[in-house]
Design a binder for this molecule. Structure first.
Ligand code: KET
Length: 419
């Protein structure tokens, strides 16, 4: 023993030979970081409006009844937890296609859609980014300004140069549609354009049907490649309504990639469930694309999760559970709309003269407040109200128990700036 140690001493120097000290420390994620800071705060009335998680009126992250039913079944299911195929469960992939493209989709019926089960919406974006980099390594990826920051990180990490197109007009707290179109009009063909079909994150500002029509004509005319990120389907206007842009684009005959997530609308964040679909020109092309997607999965993480896969397939493919799920999503949507309405109404009395219409005009999980850095800090420090630095408010953090405190706090900091 002693001899071995002596020998090892002989070869291993006492000073550890560090290999990674030259790296920059990770700055952390602005959303996850502030969510953690919220949990450390001890303010008695603290309100968490940081992260895109849905909370119920009691401030709890719900376990949906539809999901719980399937989870119980799975807990009693003795079958082995085998590897899923690289592309995921067949029943899951069909469910993704029905939810995203509709049960009457021509493209799906014609076998033109290559769909895989992915690790959440993020995994779908990453596999899609790797796939596009294989096909078009020199293309740029254009992302809305402001963005969900991870879009830049994911596409940049896949080797693309990322750029921003105008999207939001702070003056109107609405869409900068003309500027957006002017920018897209000048992009070279095969440029990748990241778009949110509904519930834009972070602004809550969406395109009208007419505006989608113009965007689709432009994408088609210029040969651009749309990549649609739909992470909040059902939480804007409804499950079918929120898929309008996806389905209209597919009907128009565009080649389009769609990343969808079940994290929010099934409240199964940690199960990591999403889907990536590539709508192609023919069934043969879709087969080819599916093969490449499988190869991207294989070399990244090999296959998707068994448990989450069975939850999604179990809920979405059962008629009764599917109907219950739609009702549960409708309840979330209605509750968020009600919170928006209450904030709007309360601010009319607490902050007369302040234009709070954006609370009711923007939709989905987020509202973009335009609050300044000082106001956001004052909200955190004085009132325990946590909003990320961009001023994006995650609406589901509001409930009947804290909405008064929230509007009091807003009236305090906005009123103070006005004085
Ligand atoms: N796309 C968008 C637009 C999005 O807002 C999120 C998550 C995702 C994809 C990721 O989905 P997932 O299935 O969890 O991989 N957004 C919230 C959480 C996060 O930042 O990861 C958020 O913006 O708070």
């Amino acid at each position: 023993m002693a001899a071995t140690r002596a020998t090892r001493r002989h070869i291993i120097s006492y000073r550890h030979n560090s290999m990674f000290e030259h790296l920059q420390p990770y700055a952390g994620d602005p959303i996850f970081g502030l969510n953690d800071a919220f949990h450390r705060n001890t303010h008695p009335k603290k309100v968490n409006l940081t992260i895109g998680l849905y909370y119920d009126d009691q401030g709890r992250i719900p376990v949906l009844q539809s999901v719980e039913t399937v989870q119980r079944r799975l807990a009693d299911d003795p079958s082995p937890r085998v590897y899923l195929p690289m592309e995921g469960l067949a029943a899951y992939r069909q469910a993704v296609q029905r939810v995203v493209f509709g049960s009457d989709s021509q493209a799906v019926a014609q076998g033109r859609v290559a769909t895989i089960q992915t690790l959440g919406g993020t995994g779908a974006l990453k596999v899609g980014a790797d796939f596009l980099h294989l096909a078009y390594p020199d293309s740029e990826v254009w992302i809305s300004d402001p963005a969900w920051d991870n879009h830049h990180a994911i596409f940049g990490g896949a080797g693309f140069k990322t750029r921003s197109y105008p999207y939001y007009d702070p003056a109107t707290k609405g869409l900068a549609f003309d500027a957006m179109m002017d920018c897209l009009r000048n992009l070279p063909s095969r440029t990748i354009v990241l778009l949110h079909p509904c519930c834009h994150n972070p602004t809550g500002v969406d395109l009208s049907h007419e505006q989608w029509g113009e965007v689709i004509a432009l994408l088609q005319g210029r040969g651009l490649i749309p990549f649609l990120d739909i992470a909040y389907q059902g939480l804007g206007d409804g499950m079918e309504e929120d898929a309008y842009a996806v389905r209209t684009m597919v009907d128009a005959g565009l080649t389009v990639l769609v990343a969808n997530s079940f994290s929010k609308n099934l409240s199964i964040y940690g199960e990591r469930c999403g889907g990536l679909s590539v709508v192609c020109g023919s069934a043969q092309e879709a087969d080819l694309v599916l093969g490449q997607l499988k190869s991207m999965v294989r070399r990244n993480y090999s296959s998707a999760p068994w448990h989450g896969g069975h939850i999604v397939a179990g809920v979405l493919n059962d008629e009764l559970l599917h109907a219950r799920w739609l009702k549960e999503v409708a309840d979330m949507r209605v509750r968020m709309a009600e919170m928006r309405r209450q904030v709007h109404q309360q601010l009319a009395t607490k902050l007369p003269g302040y234009d709070a219409d954006y609370f009711v005009n923007q939709r989905g999980m987020f509202t973009y407040s335009g609050l300044s850095r000082e106001q956001l800090l004052a909200l955190r420090e004085r009132h325990g109200v946590y909003i990320i630095d961009s001023g994006r408010i995650a609406v589901p953090g509001l409930n009947t128990g804290n909405v008064d405190h929230f509007t009091d706090a807003l009236a305090d900091v906005i009123g103070e700036s006005a004085r």
